[in-house]
Ligand binder design. Sequence first.
Ligand SMILES: CC(C)(COP(=O)(O)OP(=O)(O)OC[C@H]1O[C@@H](n2cnc3c(N)ncnc32)[C@H](O)[C@@H]1OP(=O)(O)O)[C@@H](O)C(=O)NCCC(=O)NCCS
Length: 145
Amino acid sequence: MAKIRLRPVLETDIPILFQQQLDTEAAAMSAYPSKDRGEFMRHWEGILKNKNVTARAIIYKEKMAGHILCWKEGKYEQRVGYWIGREFWSRGIASAAVAELLAQVKIRPLVAEVANHNIASKRVLEKNGFELLDEGTKISIFKLK
Ligand SMILES: CC(C)(COP(=O)(O)OP(=O)(O)OC[C@H]1O[C@@H](n2cnc3c(N)ncnc32)[C@H](O)[C@@H]1OP(=O)(O)O)[C@@H](O)C(=O)NCCC(=O)NCCS
């Protein structure tokens, strides 16, 4: 597995995160349309202020490879999501980041939503013990008990 570390996301990371989410292949893979700069900045200001969100930068070889989030959705559900910059794909970074987050955040169950065509993300979850809970027409729900 890739050697990574997690640290809190800082405001100075946001321009890198913005570039990473502009990538059209990544946006298609995740089924999250890219946000424009203003929308993206507002989105992250909200995340960084929200005490119900754990936001971590994924550091690989001293570079910011992406981010991982864990947040409360609705009254009870705890969710996880992640994004890796395209130049860092296929090095085991997402798999290692989820493993590290699971070591740091002990809340269970955890839920993740994945576009059905996102094979890589499904593998990341399965390798970390998540199980398929529900397969919809476009989105699958995975759960770690
Ligand atoms: C999905 C994503 C997180 C995967 O990150 P990554 O660091 O490349 O993943 P890993 O290197 O840990 O690989 C995980 C598994 O997926 C496989 N994989 C990687 N890229 C793949 C691809 N394009 N197609 C199919 N499988 C792929 C790997 O082989 C690995 O499986 P294995 O261990 O059985 O060989 C990354 O591509 C990404 O951020 N995409 C855009 C945003 C996104 O989709 N986020 C997730 C939303 S749910």
